[in-house]
Design a binder for this molecule. Structure first.
Ligand code: F6R
Length: 238
């Protein structure tokens, strides 16, 4: 598989290199549409973007969102991203999911936006230790678009760590862009930090292309850039 590998020395370097890769990807695109992830991985990248103050404007496309939460719940991914990056950068156009609404309607809404405006120009993604991207868990078909999914216990536990138990029971379901939507993205930047991601990153990029490792769809994508710290990249050939 051909991909551009960028290795970072520490968190500050990771943030800076991810931002540079992002700006390179945006270069020359008029009114770009960008998928952004939540999670721990992108934190240094968002910090660098906030502090640089020169980020071009873009349309934000939600990668995923819990369902069944009230619209004022602190755990909503759209609130997380609003706080972390979208408000500071004054990104106004946001394609998000309404967690409290009927998921079927939200799926239709997002599909209609893609149909009318086209898919993402740049997808920025993280990877789960089981190879998930968005909430596309192992077994997710590569040809499915936006969908409503049940979260695995593993993912619920990992997500619980973001919030702590005081927020109550973790949601059991979520809306996610499907792999078919991610495949339509013109460019992809996959972010990975930490040794816990080393093995799955190697499998996803160099192992069998299989729905058992959802991120392995990337092997068939053009324009893939991996930004990884040394710990996450340790098993990749470079
Ligand atoms: C987040 C998302 C997830 C995360 C993945 C890695 O919107 O869709 O796929 O990117 O679970 O999470 P972290 O970065 O916390 O290790």
């Amino acid at each position: 598989m051909k991909y551009n590998l960028i290795i970072a020395d520490d968190d500050a370097d990771f943030g800076h290199k991810a931002k540079t890769a992002f700006y390179d990807a945006l270069n020359g695109i008029n009114r770009p549409k960008v998928i952004l992830p939540t999670g721990n991985t992108p934190a240094p990248f968002y910090k660098d973007l906030r502090e640089s103050g020169d980020c071009p404007s873009f349309t934000y496309i939600a990668l995923d969102e819990y369902t069944g939460l009230m619209e004022d719940d602190k755990r909503l991914f759209k609130k997380w991203l609003a706080q972390e990056i979208l408000d500071p950068l004054e990104i106004k156009v946001r394609w998000t999911f309404n967690s409290a609404a009927n998921p079927a309607c939200e799926i239709e809404k997002m599909r209609a936006l893609f149909f009318k405006n086209g898919h993402a120009d740049v997808a920025i993604l993280g990877i789960g230790e089981n190879g998930h991207v968005g909430f596309n868990e192992p077994g997710s078909p590569f040809n499915e678009s936006v969908r409503h999914v049940r979260l695995t216990e593993e993912t619920r536990k990992a997500n619980m760590a973001y919030w702590g138990e005081q927020y109550g029971v973790m949601p059991t379901h979520a809306l996610t862009l499907g792999i078919a939507d991610l495949i339509e993205s013109k460019k992809t930047i996959l972010l990975a930090r930490g040794a816990a991601k080393a093995e799955i990153l190697q499998r996803a990029l160099h192992g069998e292309i299989t729905t058992d490792v959802p991120a392995s769809y990337l092997q068939r994508q053009e324009n893939v850039t991996i930004v990884a710290d040394r710990a996450a990249a340790q098993l990749l050939p470079h």
